[in-house]
Design a protein around this ligand. Structure first.
Ligand SMILES: [Zn+2]
Length: 205
C-alpha cells in the first residue's frame, strides 16, 4: 500500500524503533496528527488482512508507544508508516467500507422469525431473543417462536435501528443479502452515502 492510497482522514503513525521484550514487541513512533488518537486498543491499518493489532500504552504529544504481539513483528519495520484507528473498529469492516471492489446493495429489511430463550442462572433467569437459525447462547433453552419477531438490526456505524418501524431501507454487502438478518454488515443510508460512496474513513475519528 503506497502512501497515496492511505485513507486521507486517518492519522499516520511512523515507526521509529522496535524492541522485543518478554513476549511483546514495543513499538515507538510519531503520529503526524492527533485526530482520534487515544490510549487503548489500536489498529495499524493495511488492507488484505495485513493490519497490526496492538495496545497504545503511552501518548505524549504526537509520540506514542504501541505494544504488539510478536506474531506481528515481521509486518513492522523501522521507518514504515501506518494509518491508525481505534481498535473499537474491526479492520475487516473498515476495509469493506473503503474498498471500491465491495459490492453494496440497497435493501429493505424483511422481518424473520425470532426465538425467545431463557437462561437459568443462580442469580435468576434471564431472557433474550435471537433470529431463528442462530445458535442459542450457552446454557439457553428455547421458549417459543415469535413470527416475524426479528424485525430490526442496527447500523454498524451509528447504531440507529433499521427495520420496518425504523429506517426501512439500508445497505448490505451483496454477499450478505438473502441470508439471516443477524449476519453481516448493515449500514443506514446516510452512512452509506457519507462514507462508502465517498470512500471516507472519517467515521473512525
Ligand atoms: Zn448509520
Amino acid at each position: 500500500m503506497s502512501d497515496n492510497v492511505f485513507p486521507p482522514e486517518l492519522p499516520v503513525f511512523s515507526v521509529l524503533s522496535l524492541v522485543r521484550t518478554n513476549g511483546e514487541v514495543v513499538v515507538t513512533g510519531d503520529f503526524d496528527r492527533s485526530d482520534g488518537v487515544r490510549e487503548g486498543r489500536a489498529i495499524l491499518y493495511r488492507p488484505g488482512g495485513a493490519s497490526v493489532d496492538g495496545e497504545l500504552t503511552a501518548l505524549v504529544g504526537l509520540k506514542a508507544t504501541i505494544v504488539v504481539d510478536p506474531y506481528y513483528v515481521d509486518r513492522i519495520t523501522v521507518g514504515s508508516r501506518w494509518p491508525y484507528f481505534d481498535g473499537f473498529w474491526q479492520p475487516e469492516f473498515v476495509e469493506a467500507v473503503l474498498d471500491p471492489s465491495t459490492r453494496w446493495v440497497r435493501v429493505r429489511l424483511v422481518p424473520h422469525d425470532a426465538i425467545e430463550y431463557r437462561i437459568s442462572e443462580r442469580s435468576g433467569p434471564s431472557e433474550g431473543v435471537i433470529e431463528e437459525g442462530e445458535d442459542l447462547p450457552v446454557g439457553a433453552r428455547a421458549i417459543r417462536r415469535i413470527p416475524n419477531g426479528f424485525d430490526r438490526v442496527t447500523c454498524h456505524i451509528c447504531d440507529r435501528k433499521i427495520g420496518p418501524k425504523f429506517l426501512p431501507f439500508a445497505f448490505r454487502r451483496e454477499q450478505d443479502v438473502g441470508g439471516r438478518n443477524s449476519f453481516g454488515i448493515w449500514l443506514c443510508e446516510d452512512d452509506y452515502h457519507n462514507f462508502v460512496e465517498r470512500r471516507s474513513a472519517a467515521f473512525l475519528l
